[in-house]
Design a protein around this ligand. Structure first.
Ligand SMILES: [Mn+2]
Length: 361
């Protein structure tokens, strides 16, 4: 395996901290034992927890006003997965990368797969893009994609998703995430029912092309880029989609895609109950407001939700993705901290599970 940071550097840094860590760990083990919790079993559960790093999470983000590129910014997917491997090397919690097509398109998929293998990384869910136009596409998505009134535009969006599946198959991915930006900005601009019918019809065509061992995740978002109505706006619509499509279809819950004060924990509980929770995007509403990605200057608001959601049900069957792009200030851009924090936050639920109290929500 090609390691991006010299192992000796990490070993030396770990060596300086190992005594304190061992003392803290032993004490925590004693504390948990008093509550009937075996720290070894908990550790085994935590060690299986993994979060996918989205390829778009390692670039320098920006706002709608400006973008300030930083030194060493990845130029392409090969650079990006090298950055992802650094995060994995530092956290051991991000064993996979989630690609975005067409941004991460390459001529040679074997080369990309081998590069991932060499870095010890696998490929998580594929992400399609029909919310912006690729340079050479025939039909614009300006007024929608999978729900577009024009059949040829919808077909183009379906074909793009099928291409994402084909690319994912070559890389060893097992899932496709579909988020669309379709919606309207003014009352009367679109027909809610017809646009959703067209969306469902297009998604069924994509579902038909899904391999048997794959899953498809639909992601809802109540606002942006359309600000009056959004075709896949909330979990209710998302649940309808998953039900309409079939057993391989699940709902993806992006923690930043709900109205303020919505009880996301309850949404998650409902989706678990009806076996339609596909996974999470660890985003938050504050990130959307500021459009500037993930910061370390304050506690992370969405992640306590993770603890209150009944531990996400069976974590092995869920997808977790740290969906957030980098904020503009590079000195505060520490993508490696997010998986660490997520793993730490997941621990109390896992502890509870180890003690046989995993019912939660
Ligand atoms: Mn998302």
């Amino acid at each position: 395996m090609t390691l991006m940071i010299n192992k000796d550097v990490i070993d030396a840094d770990n060596a300086a901290r190992i005594a304190d860590l061992k003392a803290d760990y032993d004490y925590l083990g004693t504390q948990l034992a008093r509550r009937g919790i075996d720290i070894g079993a908990t550790k085994a559960k935590v060690s299986t927890y993994g979060v996918a790093v989205p390829s778009w999470g390692v670039g320098t983000g920006g706002t709608r006003f400006a973008r300030f590129p930083g030194a060493g910014e990845p130029r392409n997917i090969f650079d990006k997965i090298e950055d992802c491997s650094v995060i994995q090397q530092l956290t051991r919690a991000t064993p996979t990368v989630s690609l975005h097509i067409p941004w991460d398109k390459v001529d040679d998929l074997t080369e990309l797969k081998e590069k991932g293998n060499a870095l010890g990384l696998g490929f998580d869910a594929m992400n399609s893009n029909t919310f912006s136009d690729a340079p050479d596409q025939a039909h614009s998505y300006k007024f929608g994609s999978l729900s577009h009134a024009n059949a040829a535009t919808r077909q183009q969006a379906v074909d793009h998703n099928l291409e994402c599946i084909a690319i994912g198959k070559a890389l060893g991915s097992k899932a496709l995430t579909v988020w669309i930006g379709d919606g309207s900005n003014f009352p009367g601009q679109s027909n809610f029912t017809k646009s959703f019918e067209r969306y469902l019809e297009a998604m069924k065509a994509i579902y038909k092309g899904l391999p048997d061992d794959w899953k498809i995740f639909s992601e809802h978002k109540m606002f942006e880029p359309a600000f009056y109505s959004t075709v896949v706006q909330d979990w209710g619509t998302n649940y309808l989609i998953a039900q309409e499509l079939g057993p391989k279809a699940h709902c993806l819950v992006d923690l930043g895609h709900h109205a303020p004060n919505v009880n996301i924990e309850m949404i998650v509980a409902r989706l678990i109950q009806f076996k339609k929770l596909g996974g999470f995007h660890f985003n938050d509403l504050e990130i959307w407001r500021r459009r500037s990605g993930y910061g370390l200057d304050r506690p992370l608001p969405p992640f306590p939700r993770l603890q209150r959601t009944g531990g996400c049900g069976n974590t092995a069957s869920r997808r977790f993705c740290a969906d957030a792009h980098a904020r503009p200030e590079p000195q505060r851009h520490r993508p490696d901290r997010k998986p660490d924090e997520l793993r730490d936050r997941s621990q109390p639920r896992l502890c509870a599970g180890a003690a046989g109290r995993s019912q939660g929500a």
